[in-house]
Every structure is written in structure tokens, then in C-alpha cells.
Write a protein that binds this ligand. Structure first.
Ligand code: NI
Length: 254
């Protein structure tokens, strides 16, 4: 049984079949899902999904892409949402210098604001970082002792940097990219990570694992990612599923 620690089931790509898809997840081996917000609306919808389905939990937060859209008052709204018993993390938050959809100084400000918010809410954080490795590391290094837990979601950095994050006590989450034919860095991470710090995710509807790359992803496809990592580690997929599910339950206090 699997724990998908990062899904966006509120995405419009699930509008046509959301209910049927979600109701079918337990029989496809999915025990838990954390649905992750990316802006105010999707954070609200994540909480709604968590209220509707016992095995779905929510993370609330504003993605660096939309950092520019939020106002100070939204932080109060997020803090209020964070009090909901099924909200288990603040995320996804971080920095994205690949797309640069929001100015970098605003991305950094809202990232730090939401790290502060996670401390107030006593919740762990889910980090998105793309092409912003140094700034992400600098900011998280400053906050590490005050955070209630931290996971680098869909980790795409080097193994060397992963080692630094692991030493800081953080978790690393791997998804579909570890199955891609040209995968290098995530494979190296999968081969070397202490399994007690590994989480699995889909980031659906994005990043579908091989052989579904480019198609709509969903939590049920997480088994393909788990199979690949289990193969890299020379272990049974069931054992990896069991370990990573336990890790996620501990991390999110589910
Ligand atoms: Ni995501």
C-alpha cells in the first residue's frame, strides 16, 4: 500500500472524472494522499478534498509561480486554514528560477513568510525548488532548527546536495522522473539515500512515470515509481512501499 505525498487532484485535468478516480484509488493500492495547494484557490480546494475523503489530507501554501499574486492578508487566511485537523503541511512553497513567473525578490519574501507561517502553525513544509539551489539551501539552512519538518519535493538536485539536506534532518521525495530513460540525478539519489528519509509522490497530473511520460499522471501510477526505486535498491516493491508509507505517516503525523 502506497502513500502519495504530493498530488494535485484539484487540478482541472481531473474535472471530468475526479470522483470516480479518487474512489478507485484504494483498490489500486493507495492508502493515503496529501493534496498540495499551489495558490489560495487550490489550497482551499485541497482542504475541501480532505474533508470529503478520509484518506486524503491537505497541504496549504502558495507556489513560487504565484508568489506575486498574494497579499499579506492571505497569509492570515493560510494560517487559519492550517488549523484544520486535516491540514498536515504548509506547501508547496519555495523558489523557481527556471520559469521566473514571479520576480525573484518576491519569491524569496513569500517563501520566508510561509516558513514563518509553518512555525506558527507547527506544521512541516513541502519545498519546491527549481534552478534556485543556492538560495533555497541558504534560506533553509537559516530556518532548519526552527522548522517542524521539511521535505524537498520531486527532488532534482545532485546527490551531494541531497546529502547536505539529509544531514539537516530533512526528507527527500522522489516521483516519476526517477523512471525516465535519461534519469541521472534522481537515480543516484534513489540508490544512495537512507531509506528512512525517502518519501514517494506523483505530483499528478504532472510528471507521469515511464511508460506514461507526457500523459496525465494520477496517484495510482505511483507503483511504477516505487518499482523502479525498489529495482535500483535490489529490494521488493512491497517492502519499499511499507517503509516509505511509514516515513510519510511519521512526517505528516497521519
Ligand atoms: Ni506540485
Amino acid at each position: 500500500m502506497f502513500f502519495d505525498t504530493h498530488a494535485h487532484l484539484d487540478d482541472e485535468r481531473f474535472d471530468s472524472d475526479r470522483q470516480a478516480l479518487i474512489e478507485g484509488l484504494p483498490e489500486r493500492g493507495i492508502s493515503y494522499v496529501v493534496n498540495v495547494g499551489a495558490d489560495m484557490d487550490s489550497s482551499r480546494r485541497s482542504v475541501e478534498l480532505a474533508e470529503q475523503y478520509p484518506f486524503i489530507y491537505a497541504a496549504v501554501g502558495v507556489h513560487p509561480h504565484t508568489a506575486e499574486e498574494i497579499e499579506d492578508s492571505d497569509l492570515d487566511v493560510l494560517l487559519e486554514m492550517a488549523q484544520h485537523p486535516k491540514v498536515v503541511a504548509i506547501g508547496e512553497i519555495g523558489l523557481d528560477y527556471y520559469y521566473d513567473n514571479s520576480p525573484r525578490d518576491i519569491q524569496r519574501k513569500r517563501f520566508i513568510d510561509q516558513l514563518e507561517l509553518s512555525i506558527k502553525a507547527a506544521l512541516p513544509v513541502v519545498i519546491h525548488s527549481r534552478d534556485a539551489y543556492k538560495d533555497t539551501m541558504d534560506i533553509l539552512t537559516e530556518y532548519k532548527s526552527r522548522l517542524k519538518g521539511c521535505v524537498l519535493h520531486c527532488y532534482s538536485g545532485s546527490w551531494e546536495m541531497a546529502e547536505t539536506y539529509l544531514k539537516m534532518g530533512f526528507f527527500i521525495s522522489l516521483g516519476g522522473p526517477v523512471t525516465f530513460k535519461n534519469a541521472a540525478r534522481p537515480v543516484q539519489v534513489a540508490q544512495n539515500i537512507d531509506l528512512s528519509r525517502l518519501l514517494l509522490e506523483t505530483d499528478c497530473p504532472y510528471l507521469a512515470p515511464h511508460p506514461f511520460r507526457g500523459q496525465r499522471n494520477d496517484p495510482g501510477l505511483i507503483s511504477l515509481t516505487a518499482e523502479k526505486i525498489a529495482r535500483l535498491r535490489g529490494m521488493e516493491t512491497e517492502k519499499l512501499a511499507e517503509i516509505t508509507l511509514k516515513n510519510a505517516c511519521k512526517f505528516f503525523k497521519v
